[in-house]
Design a binder for this molecule. Sequence first.
Ligand code: PRE
Length: 358
Amino acid sequence: MSTNELNELRNKIDEINLEILTLLNQRAEVVQEIGQQKEKQGTVRFDPVRERQSLDLIDEHHDGPFERSTIQHIFKEIFKASLELQEDDHKKALLVSRKARPEDTIVDINGEKIGNGEQGFIMGPCAVESYEQVKEVALAMKEQGLTLMRGGAFKPRTSPYDFQGLGIEGLHILRKVADEVGMSVVSEILTPQDVEEALDYVDVIQVGARNMQNFELLKTVGRVEKPVLLKRGLSATIQEFINAAEYIISQGNDQIILCERGIRTYEKATRNTLDISAVPILKKETHLPVVVDVTHSTGRKDLLFPAAKAALAIGADAIMAEVHPDPAVALSDAAQQMNIPEFNAFIEELKVFKGKLA
Ligand code: PRE
């Protein structure tokens, strides 16, 4: 074959390639429309029955020279790419996504900012037990220059016979101490009905792991003007977590902090498995700040420091951990809360570590 002939054939291939490209993109546009319909109807995007029908039709009309299996393979790749396109379009539509808002959301809690590049701390007792207990922790935190105090007033426990928290009385204590010491309160609210009353006491509403898909609660906190700290569900995928945040932002509230707190796996060495890679994934996929709860993820005091270091190194916006004046007699999470000297050592070592990262 002469060079001229070869060039002519290659020119033909170029033309056909461009025709295929046009057809593929035309197909992609139809796929996108189908994706939008499915989104509206709430139907799943992957449809193997439809793919089988398409493959059969293609097979009926196929008469070489490619092998049938080769044609099948090529079309299956097209279906796969189409599905990805529909999924990408869906992500693009999410208000929490980077695609919707490229710049980082900074959550402002009475002047203390989460997500502005300064890595912070949210500390405090697991459960509010008494004024004295909260005050002691708050003073220790203040001494370390921390202002974001967590504390559980409503405690959703695995067993109904375990301490369920002081309820509204716990919120009164948190507010009183926070006002006396100059701190902000982060506390979990369990039901939509409690949200309004809680607004007078908390600076950040926490939605707990067990409520991550309590859609009524998510919508209610989405309608108030308070930052929300949303914890990842026990067995929630990252996509489900992102969708839960979308419920909140869809109602108007964009002051959302995502919290990775470990997920349930077969591993028993820790209470949950800290999904550390969720941090950069969430930061890449969404514009929201991400904090890591080292207490609930590890459930082990000896792992708090290494887990916190890992979280800071991977880009978490803040570390969340529990402190109790006397963990041995704590009404919840006795094994994993730090006492005050341990808390001081934890913060001081992490301040040094943060300096090294900078
Ligand atoms: C399409 C894509 C993904 C589905 O799994 C099935 C088919 C395709 O590319 O043909 C289109 C589509 O979403 C659909 O027909 O429902």
